[in-house]
Design a protein around this ligand. Sequence first.
Ligand SMILES: Nc1ncnc2c1ncn2[C@@H]1O[C@H](COP(=O)(O)OP(=O)(O)OP(=O)(O)O)[C@@H](O)[C@H]1O
Ligand SMILES: [Mg+2]
Length: 246
Amino acid sequence: MTALLHAKGLKKRFGGNEAVKDVSFEVNEGECVVLAGDNGAGKSTVIKMISGVYTPTEGEVYFKNERLTGKTPEAVRTAGIETIYQDLALADNLDPGLNLYLGREKTRRAFGLPILDRVEMRRTAVDVLKGLGIVVPDPTAPVREMSGGQRQAIAIARAIYWQAQLVIMDEPTAALGVPEQREVMALIERLKAKGVGIILISHNLPDIFAAADRIIVLARGVVAGERRPSETSDEEIVRMMMGATL
Ligand SMILES: Nc1ncnc2c1ncn2[C@@H]1O[C@H](COP(=O)(O)OP(=O)(O)OP(=O)(O)O)[C@@H](O)[C@H]1O
Ligand SMILES: [Mg+2]
């Protein structure tokens, strides 16, 4: 079986600082791979090389055997990879419907001219969210008036609606309350059940152990180790994060 995603020998240098030195890993369909590591270990830099925000100094990214290296973030999204950054990349002043269609807005024709079909986009957003078990109290309200969990759900709904085959989440629960954290973790399970691959970055050990099929520990820009949750412990993961070789 070939992997859904293959990151090969990724390296990223910022001036004199080698933030990522040598990182390789694979993600299979329906698999959740957690990238764990201390602050500054290189986790966000790795995912930005996958999502197209950074071009790797060295190394390659393959998605469904297609070379992604050097593609723009838009091209990476079109290929089927959605990235949910910590700030969620939602447009705060827009409603959930317009956020769902951000950059791919639906139009209808009125008097021969294309205009935004806000009603249709809103209706679709409500449907998609309902399908995820999320009820947004007022779908006409801008997302800035929504809770962290609801905003997170909209970002995830966007990934599902556009049928992402790989979803990357950088600390999706860091800013959330406990019920919203549970919601996001449940959504991750639903994505996995659909065969979607997940890369999750988290500092939260209970979340890591609950969601991960494999845990990849980064320390100072390299892979310090890789474990399945059933074959490791909190203590071992923390030791690996600290860079101890076992
Ligand atoms: N745009 C940038 N320019 C220069 N240095 C950067 C840049 N982005 C990250 N770095 C450096 O690269 C290293 C890795 O940063 P990165 O953001 O990937 O860490 P991280 O593992 O995501 O940490 P955290 O858990 O704190 O989010 C750090 O030393 C950081 O200062
Ligand atoms: Mg980070």
